[in-house]
Design a protein. Sequence first.
Length: 297
Amino acid sequence: MTDTKDKKREKLGILCCTAGATSWGLSGTCSEALFSQYPVDTTWVTAVRMTSAGIILLFLAFAKHSLNLKELGKDKKGLIEIVLFAIAGLALCQYAYLSAIKWTNSGTATVIQNLSIVFIAVYVCLTTRTAPDKRTVFCIILALFGVWLLATGGKPGNMELTPRGLFWGLMAGIGAASYSLLSRAPVKHRGSIPVSGMGMFIGGIALSLIAQSWRIPAGLDGRAMLYMAVIVLLGTVGAFTLFLQGIALVGPVKAALLSCLEPLTAATLSVVWLHSSFSPTDLIGFACILATVVLMR
């Protein structure tokens, strides 16, 4: 009886992780479609995405009574941690990722963002003053080789990606690493949904003041609003909630492996739907980076 329950639990967890990862991939492709079809600014899209998702996640947190604002107001250290997570973690990660999509495509941007695990490994080695082991060194070299293939097409002196595309792709990886590192302390004390909700909302408000997100860009129609709805509801709130549930059911190791479906989904949809093209060299570069992710996790 216990084995049957465990199998059902594992199947449900795999389903949740798969749905969450593919939702993230679909969201990235919708972002690519939005940028290619409408004259919208990255800051405006990021601000609307984060603010809307933050409001929804905070509503869920209040509904579950998992967020106490009075208690949080008395915790100055906790507030500072959440603000840092919101600005240097979430806002940087979200803005850089969407910028990378705008200057490359959803598949390439998502794969390069997965370099975050390499940046985390380097950060840990530097802060603990310990030398990386052989596997970490191999993974770093493999990841750098993958990025070189994507950037140059395997031809020294050549540049396949635009400098902006490569820059924002790497910044997306740094942002994702920063997001992971800065989230640990606040999530440990207050839970993932309340912290993510506050982080999204704070970061979204900060970007809204810059982008003046209350001013809707000219030329946006119903299809553009549908893209935004998918980006916010499915690709942010839905994917996040599903993946967290999946982690709780199957554990972080299997969830990490299933997260590789995100770049695969984004790349596949980019080719099938938006007619992006990837050379054999690009695919080898993708494989190198994704192999790095699997080996290091």
